[in-house]
Each structure stands twice: as C-alpha cells, then as structure tokens.
Design a protein around this ligand. Sequence first.
Ligand SMILES: *Cc1c(COP(=O)(O)O)cnc(C)c1O
Ligand code: SF4
Length: 340
Amino acid sequence: MIPASVRPRQIPASWQQELAEAITRPQELAEALGLPPEALSAGAATSFPLRVPRSFVARMRRGDPEDPLLRQVLPVAEELLEPPGFGADPLQERAAQRAPALLQKYHGRALLIATETCAVHCRYCFRREFPYAAQHGEGERWSEALAAIAADPSLEEIILSGGDPLSLSNARLSALTGSLTQIPHVRRIRVHTRQPVVLPARIDAGLTEWLRSSTVPVVLVLHINHPNEIDAALREACAKMRAAGATLLNQTVLLAGINDEAAVLARLSQELFAAGVLPYYLHALDRVRGAAHFLVPDERARALAGALAARLPGYLVPRLVREFPGAAAKTVLTPITGGR
Ligand SMILES: *Cc1c(COP(=O)(O)O)cnc(C)c1O
Ligand code: SF4
C-alpha cells in the first residue's frame, strides 16, 4: 500500500487548509521523506510538538536524516538536556513588557505579539517557552497594546511579531494595522514572519491587497536560514509582496549543523537577493532551554561573518548580532577578517 503522505495530493484549496494539514507526527514526516520511522522518533517527549507544513517538507531531501530543513523542525533527544546558561526566558523579555502583548527594548520601536500561533515549530525558537497562553485573550491584549502605543508619541515603528502575525486572517490583520495606522505617530509597520517561507500560499490576493492599501510603509522581515528554503513558490510570493510595495529583509539564525559554513551563508545571501530580499541580521543563537545543540561558538560565528564579508558585496552581508538583555540595541559581533 502507498502511504497517504506520498500519494499524489490535490493542491489545497487555501493556505488555511494547507495549514490545517501540516504534519504533526514524526512518523508521518518519516513516511513523507522515505525514512524509516525510527530515524525520526527520538524526540517524541517534548512540550513543543512537531509542526511543519507539507510545502516546506517538499523542499527537504528525501532519504536524508541530516537534511538542513528537516533538522530545523524535528524534535530530537538533545532538547531534553539542560546545560547551564540556557533558560526559559534567555532575553528577559518579561522585563521588557509595556503591556501584556507589547515589548519595548529599543528606542522608537515596540514589538506587538499579535498572535501565539505559528505555521511551523522551529526547534531553536527563543520564544518557545514564552507564556503567551497564560495571558489574556487576543482582542483584549490588542486593545491594551494599542492604548499603550497611542499614549507614547516616541513609538514610530510597530513590529508585529509572535508567534507569526501572518497566522492571522487578512481581516484580523487589516483590523489591527488599521487601528495602528490611525495613531498619528506610527510611521512604519514591520512584520516579522516565517509564514511566506514555510507556506508561500499565505501570500494570497487579500494579503497583497492589504499591503497595497497600507497608508504607511510596510517592512516584511522574513526568516530564512538555508538556501534550500528558497524555491520557485517563495520567489513568486516575494515578487508579489514587492509589487505591492513592501520592503523585504531577511533574518537568519546561525545554527550548528544547518548553516554554519561560509559557502552555505554566501549562497543564502545570493539566493535572497535573486528573490528580491536583502539580508538584514544573522543572529547568534539565543540561549533558550532545549536549543543548546544548535550553538555556534562566538569565535566561529565571527570568523564566518568575516569569511562572508571577504566574498560578498557589503549589501549582501548580514550583520552578525547577539541580543544582550538591557542593551540599547542588538549588539554587533565584530567579524574576524583574515587577509587575502
Ligand atoms: C529585535 C527586536 C526589535 C528589532 O530591533 P531592530 O534592530 O530594529 O531590528 C525590536 N523590539 C524588540 C523587543 C526586539 O526583540
Ligand atoms: S516561526 Fe518564528 S516564532 Fe514561530 S516557532 Fe519559528 S522562530 Fe519561533
């Protein structure tokens, strides 16, 4: 019998359907990738379960348990390790809370946790333990955040984050940004999202209409870690967002065994540019419990940043940054550049 996951499938009617059909069982993922079930079952006991849309799985190499996209989403036994220095709230985000869903760390911009839902569960996510669920309902959270923003004229830019803000329906998104842009001092909206990457179908007509009709500039900061994530569907989604007036940037998390090689990072920058996206940040891993096996030591990270700078034009070199709680900005880690 052919397993359901490899039978020819109908194209899902909508991104919502594709989201609902995301893979959540390691066994199903193993079947889809032609791997033996035991190859993927080691990390079953986790409170942050597997979740990955099928269009992202389609970009993984079949039969390769070390595939760099697979490793970003597959729960593994190492997550249960608790090395010193890795905690539940490594960035002390609770200290930055201005309202239940509003975080401010930096001058002029604040981050609104628009929703807690994501299309994909990334194993290294630094908000994997943030207690969103313990907070109020979404509507109430938004109105408290909106009131705090309206009361502070220094807040020029609002960053929608989460979770993934593009998990919201177009109607909810428009309602939220409509309220934000009615506040006279809000001059820019930024959206931090991985959804166009893992679910390119999310960039539907309603979303591009939302971008086109925005009364303030919208910056979308995508989250792509490896060049294999960029396929024709993602390039098409990026072209649509650009045509609708959005500025597209990318942030990458530096991950051991996934993208910690200069050649991979260089290819990522080149593929991003070809898709109309500029590299913005390369983040040193935040020390969240469960992600220690992804850590790249600082010296190695700085050497990689130097190697990138030595082979690419400056505008294709992302800034290597680390977040230190209490700092006035993300801190740039100086690249180590060798001679020629
Ligand atoms: C990372 C972050 C930002 C964005 O910082 P930029 O340097 O402007 O990209 C803003 N607010 C919070 C709370 C953040 O964590
Ligand atoms: S999409 Fe972003 S917020 Fe969601 S799990 Fe991945 S890294 Fe975390």
